[in-house]
Design a protein around this ligand. Sequence first.
Ligand code: PGA
Length: 252
Amino acid sequence: MRRKIVAGNWKMNKSFPDAEELIAEIADKLESMDTGHQDVILCPPYVYLEMATDIAEDSVFSVGAQNMNENDTGAYTGEISGPMLTSMEVEYCIIGHSERRKYYGEDHALLARKLDAALRNGIRPIFCCGEVLPEREAGRHFEVVKKQLEESLFHLTAEQFQQAVIAYEPVWAIGTGVNATPAQAQEMHAYIREQVALKYGESMASETSILYGGSCNASNARELFSRADVDGGLIGGASLKADEFLKIVTSF
Ligand code: PGA
């Protein structure tokens, strides 16, 4: 179902006590907020997931991982699988973040397998797509995003696809302080929705949540989220402080 969503991607930040303090503060403040119209998801590093899901039991936020292995079990030293995440009550997993694509060589085919692994384990994927700067400058951004969707996401059945959330994250906007303009975000989100409609039909497209990510913060979230096809945000840097993150949560 199409929901307003704000998800925090903590990346590789925070010590355990700092992470615990931040999650407890967010949970505490969420208690007195009206969040009936939007979903809040926190994606801390793996090693804090159990602590996060413990706190989430008495709160309105959900917990997501930032990555997962495409296999369910086996000799993959250092990796974390879908069944492990499910056993800790993790509900979401970011898949295809540009940092995973760039630093860990995650390609379209691997991401397709990770999406399958998430879905067969009952985990809702937050699938990231987005172009790098030279691709935008060359006017290839639609083509690039279309390929990312087609090669990794669109093999899913309709039943599987309806569990997915899409995040459009132009790579040139991630961690740079230069966000996409609301018009640029809207244009791409509308395009993504159109691609979903072509593949799965209009009603699926109108029910899909498409988030924006890339230097989204408490100052620009309201304008970005006001656009018709922008259903919320995937927030990096600005999710590391409770007050800033919660301002974004209420920017609808
Ligand atoms: P940023 O990161 O908000 O720090 O730009 C967003 C993301 O990478 O998900």
